[in-house]
Design a protein around this ligand. Structure first.
Ligand code: A2P
Length: 280
């Protein structure tokens, strides 16, 4: 059997490093999550991304425990849900996530959304910093933060988040945020990296895939790697999970990259973080 693939790693601003390609389990039904996580870890993935809101933390933890891969070899990420923002509520929500995952530390904890109307993300991040100082989280970051949220957070806490996980795919390449991240030293992480599957039949993507003898999903994942993004494609299917990780033996050239750039429409598939204040 061929040796399993190994993902390159991205070094974070706190000195830790994260495997660039991970498995995302957003919209993975709880009953399919354990199998997907185990399949990913057996394939060679060493980075799993979940969230309290996905309601599959227990199954994610079981997949990790049953995979045979040691906990310390896996970069485990979860996210604090919007209704738990605030200093004390964050500490309690963190404990609950660890309990559900069945682990005693996290590699990365993210504020899921800024929820600007709540005005609580600064206190939330102060609680994150406390948990990091206690050694219970290795790296702390955010998700769906716009430039102005990053500025407020950094000015108030003096801490630059290690990661901002944002909607990012060829329809929405996020030029401005990626530039802000590069200037501040924040790693860019892409959610819905395949455009929730919508880009897999796009003729530009399928044409490039044919030329490289690769699948459309592999081309899209390679596009993210080329840009330096951390990328967490979601799949429930073990064969697709494996093939999404078979992306380290080819690269896109300048003409592929400019063809993919032509797909930009600036359309979001998910909510706009500046107005998304849902705490249900
Ligand atoms: P499935 O879970 O049935 O494999 P995104 O990560 O952008 O949210 O995209 C996830 C969507 O893309 C899911 O519908 C997933 O379906 C599908 N998908 C993931 N990998 C592949 C693949 N290699 N080929 C086809 N569809 C895929």
């Amino acid at each position: 059997m061929a040796a399993p693939s190994v993902s390159p790693r991205v070094t974070l601003n706190d000195g830790n490093s994260i495997p660039q390609v991970g498995l995302g389990v957003w919209q993975t039904p709880a009953e399919e999550t354990e199998r997907a996580v185990t399949a990913a870890l057996r394939t060679g993935y060493r980075h799993i991304d979940t969230a309290a809101a996905y309601r599959n933390e227990p199954e994610t933890g079981r997949g990790l425990a049953n995979s045979g891969v040691p906990r310390e070899d896996v970069f485990l990420v979860t996210k604090l849900w919007n209704s738990d923002q605030g200093y004390d509520s964050t500490l309690a929500a963190f404990d609950a996530s660890l309990d559900r995952l069945g682990v005693d530390y996290l590699d990365l904890y993210l504020i899921h959304w800024p929820v600007p109307a709540n005005n609580a993300y600064v206190d939330t991040f102060k609680a994150f910093a406390h948990l990091r100082d206690q050694g219970r989280i290795r790296s702390i970051g955010v998700s769906n933060f716009a430039p102005e949220h990053l500025t407020v957070l950094i000015d108030a806490t003096g801490i630059v988040p290690a990661v901002n996980q944002i909607e990012l795919h060829p329809l929405l390449p996020q030029h401005e945020l990626r530039e802000v991240h590069a200037r501040l030293g924040i790693a860019t992480e892409a959610w819905s990296p395949l455009g929730q599957g919508s880009l897999l039949t796009d003729p530009v993507i399928t044409g490039i895939a044919e030329r490289h003898g690769k699948t459309p999903a592999q081309v899209l994942i390679r596009w993210h790697i080329h840009l330096g993004n951390i990328v967490i494609p979601k799949s429930v299917n073990p064969e697709r999970i494996a093939s999404n990780f078979d992306v380290f033996d080819f690269d896109l050239d300048a003409s592929d990259m400019s063809a993919i750039a032509s797909l930009e429409t600036d359309t979001r598939l998910g909510p706009d973080p500046r107005t998304f204040n849902f705490t249900g």
